[in-house]
Design a protein around this ligand. Structure first.
Ligand SMILES: Cc1cc2nc3c(=O)[nH]c(=O)nc-3n(C[C@H](O)[C@H](O)[C@H](O)COP(=O)(O)O)c2cc1C
Ligand SMILES: CCCCC(=O)C(=O)O
Length: 389
């Protein structure tokens, strides 16, 4: 476990470890620098969202409608940021959301999945490894050290392949399976469609498929010999729009690892998930990448938390700062994940850049708690927030 001390107050005073040459970055600056660093097709894919991106933007501004009530003389000289999930005590409530093509965001070497896992190992911030990675899940898992990793599953429309991916994740040592349900087909993403972002990139993030014995058994020639045909086969099996709640018992039966469903925004769905025996609900609208015109994910969080009852809720979509993490926790999330900020950190500064983003976020989270008089993230409640008028 990393020592809290290295990212608590001192982190500001020692220049944030000196690994990234400049000062702590506000999100807007990180985003600007990422845009300057990334090739246009990668930038458009990562930064883009569905439609005119109103929902994506609303995910971010939703946090402005809540304010944390500052308290004084509250005994917050030492803070406990830890959280418990599925028997693991995590040093902080932050997680790294699954990001396909994170590999390519490591602009120097294209090994971003491995680099992200190394940052997870160094910071104790768990990584949720995407199905769509440049390097096979087994190699990613080996980099995680003692930090837990979860495997994010896109369930293909091939049950045997789905089972094979889950078996591999178990064998590789992942400690939970996150099934993403809001991307059973890809969203209407104008930036991608006009600049061919994802279509250009997709062949490079299929390592988990190309290394899979079941996937390989479906091909006339191995992917190394005929990558185009293998990619074509992937395109046939990726989408799984016919998946329904009737398939959940089967999904549940695939593993005894903790199972989470990602992409839950409706309280009815949260209730149904819990009734189906899942261990965690992951409230997210995929960072606004899938459907435009929906609700900001943060607005859905309280009802999802209420519906989930004792079952823990993980949250992402629009988290950009330490105070954002605090607000999501106060609204009931047990852990809070970041997607684009991590990808941008990697693009701007490789391993040091991602670590910088993580440490800045944790330092800001911790300082905010210190100043506003909250000694424990686990003790935050909705009553600590007020609507901003
Ligand atoms: C470039 C990119 C790729 C993503 N790939 C995946 C993925 O493979 N699996 C998944 O469940 N979510 C994926 N997501 C969604 C993230 O897990 C997360 O829900 C979202 O990024 C959170 O919103 P934020 O970017 O505003 O933090 C991706 C997001 C981005 C930006
Ligand atoms: C089929 C690609 C899905 C990756 C993803 O989740 C995203 O781009 O948001």
């Amino acid at each position: 476990m990393p020592n809290h001390g290295d990212w608590q107050l001192g982190v500001y005073l020692d220049g944030l470890t000196g690994k990234v040459p400049e000062h702590p970055m506000a999100y807007a600056e990180l985003e600007r620098r990422a845009e300057r660093s990334m090739p246009p097709e990668l930038w458009s894919y990562v930064a883009g969202g569905a439609g005119d991106e109103r929902t994506q933007n609303a995910n971010v501004t939703a946090f402005d409608r809540w304010g944390l009530m500052p308290r004084v003389l509250a005994g917050a000289a030492e803070r406990d940021l830890s959280t418990e999930l599925f028997g693991h005590r995590l040093p902080t409530p932050l997680m790294l959301a699954p990001v396909g093509v994170i590999g390519l965001c490591d602009l120097a070497e294209g090994r971003g999945d491995l680099v992200t896992a190394r940052v997870a190992a160094a910071t104790g911030v768990p990584m949720i490894a995407s199905t769509l990675s440049q390097d096979p899940m087994e190699e990613v898992a080996r980099e995680l050290g003692d930090t837990p990793g979860w495997f994010q599953l896109y369930p293909p429309n091939d049950r045997e392949l789905t089972e094979s991916l889950v078996r591999r994740a178990e064998a590789a040592g992942y400690s939970a399976i996150v099934v993403t349900l809001d991307t059973l087909t890809l969203g209407w993403r104008p930036r991608d469609l006009s600049i061919a972002g994802f279509p250009q990139l997709k062949g490079q993030c299929l390592a988990n498929y190309f290394s899979d014995p079941v996937f390989r058994s479906r091909l006339a020639a191995p992917p190394e010999e005929d990558p185009e045909a293998a990619t074509g086969h992937w395109a046939m099996i990726f989408g799984n729009q016919r998946l329904t709640w009737d398939d959940l018992a089967w999904l549940r039966s695939l593993t005894s690892l903790p199972l989470l469903l990602k992409g839950i925004c409706s309280p009815e769905d949260a209730r149904r998930a819990v009734d189906s025996g899942v261990d965690g609900v992951y409230c997210s609208n995929h960072g606004g990448r899938q459907a435009n015109g929906g609700l900001p994910a943060l607005d859905c969080l309280p009802e999802v938390v209420d519906a989930a009852g004792e079952v823990p809720v993980v949250f992402d979509s629009g988290v950009r700062s330490g105070p954002d993490v605090i607000k999501a926790l106060a609204l009931g999330a047990r852990a809070v994940a970041i997607g684009r900020p991590a990808a941008y950190g990697l693009a701007v500064g490789g391993r040091a850049g991602l670590e910088h983003v993580v440490r800045c976020l944790l330092a800001e989270l911790d300082l905010t708690l210190a100043i506003d008089g909250y000694a424990s993230t686990a003790a935050l409640t909705r009553g600590d927030l007020r609507p901003v008028r």
